[in-house]
Design a protein around this ligand. Structure first.
Ligand code: SAM
Ligand code: SF4
Length: 349
């Protein structure tokens, strides 16, 4: 698909035409990654963050939340729960927390690998090349780092640098590939100021980066952040809305653009439509869901945006709910690690 075609789909509102888009995305998904839906157990290990991203409730300037950091033992309990529930992967996510030292993370990875056969995905923000290499050497399999928007002017305006370190997430993604990770990235749909051309560029960037995993969800304003208070839309009706429908269109187009990638139906989608958001995401291109394993006493504190779905459920309830949702739409629950087929294709080439 070229830029013009992607942009036309993003601006399409005719229900019949959109029905064709959903069907195409679903067929591409079935043909390339099959009917299995892979379960990734999400562990939000720390809500401390040194950064001041204008969109996120965990930003350092947000003083009204209690901060927590999980111990190795607490995280290992969650990893063992992942094994018990039949998940093949744990996703270890946090704010950019520099108290999670290289040693802390490498020791954690080694312990999880010694005690389980789980694949490990890290999502710890912008870490140095040396740290990323050490995490990989310790056994980390995958890394997620969204570039958030391909409009670099907007990205830099809402993602201030930390000290004198320049922010170049695309460069970090290329490094992650060199270091041998399965590489995931993505965007928030409908960031104030972003246009249909920007979003079409985002989708083309997924292809250029040849991503193994693509995570995307709607931008959800948080009232205690600058972007939740001071919203300047793009001019001339070109602002991309941060709606559920626009997120489905982006997801479907991402599947068509990157047929072999693993694409989750995200919590942010479920937050906009608790009843059906995850299922509709799965029916329109997604093949992964991420049940939450974070202990309930910490979950509400990982408030990147308000009214996040599933903050009161236990890990057991999340796992039962996800399985029921997958089976209700005639799909199967994936077994094993659920590596990205794209990653294996590239390694075998
Ligand atoms: N700190 C790491 C990072 O920034 O990559 C990982 C955790 S961060 C909370 C994970 C993702 O949350 C970000 O990449 C961003 O896309 C998403 N996020 C943050 N604030 C959001 C908001 N207000 N609405 C929707 N998604 C948001
Ligand atoms: Fe920190 Fe990530 Fe939130 Fe930015 S998006 S403030 S790096 S947790």
């Amino acid at each position: 698909m070229d830029h013009k075609e992607i942009k036309t789909w993003l601006q399409e509102n005719d229900p019949h035409r959109l029905g064709e888009l959903w069907q195409t995305a679903d067929a591409v998904r079935r043909e390339n990654v099959g009917d299995a839906v892979h379960l990734r157990g999400l562990i939000e290990i720390s809500n401390h963050c040194a950064r001041r991203c204008f969109y996120c409730g965990l930003r350092a300037d947000h003083k009204e939340i209690d901060r927590y950091r999980m111990s190795h033992d607490e995280i290992l309990v969650c990893a063992h729960q992942a094994v018990e529930y039949g998940y093949g992967t744990v996703v270890i996510q946090s704010g950019e927390d520099h108290a999670l030292t290289t040693q802390f993370i490498t020791d954690l990875i080694r312990r999880i690998k010694a005690e389980t056969n789980l694949a490990i995905t890290l999502s710890l923000g912008e870490r140095t090349d040396d740290e990323l290499q050490q995490f990989r050497a310790a056994g980390a399999d995958r890394y997620l780092l969204r570039f958030e928007t391909s409009n670099s002017e907007i990205f830099h305006a809402i993602h201030p640098p930390l000290g004198d370190r320049p922010c170049d997430r695309i460069a970090i993604l290329k490094k992650l590939r060199q270091f041998g990770y399965e590489v995931g990235s993505g965007v928030m749909v409908g960031i104030p100021g972003t246009t249909y051309d920007d979003l079409a560029n985002d989708i083309q960037t997924f292809t250029q980066l040849d991503l193994d995993m693509i995570g995307l969800g709607p931008f959800i304003p948080h009232p205690s952040t600058p972007l939740g208070q001071n919203v300047k839309p793009a001019p001339h009706d070109q602002q991309v809305p941060n709606t559920e429908l626009m997120t489905y269109k982006t997801l479907a187009l991402a599947r068509i653009a990157c047929p072999n990638a693993n694409i989750p139906s995200t919590t942010a989608l479920a937050t906009l439509n608790l009843a059906q958001g995850r299922e509709l995401g799965l029916a329109r291109g997604a093949n992964v869901v991420m049940p939450n394993l974070t202990p309930t006493q910490y979950r509400a504190l990982y408030e990147i945006y308000p009214a996040k779905a599933c903050i009161n459920e236990t890990a057991q309830q999340c796992q039962n709910c996800m399985r029921a949702r997958i089976e209700s739409i005639g799909r199967t629950v994936g077994t094993g690690r659920g590596d990205s087929p794209r990653y294996h294709q590239r390694c075998d080439a």
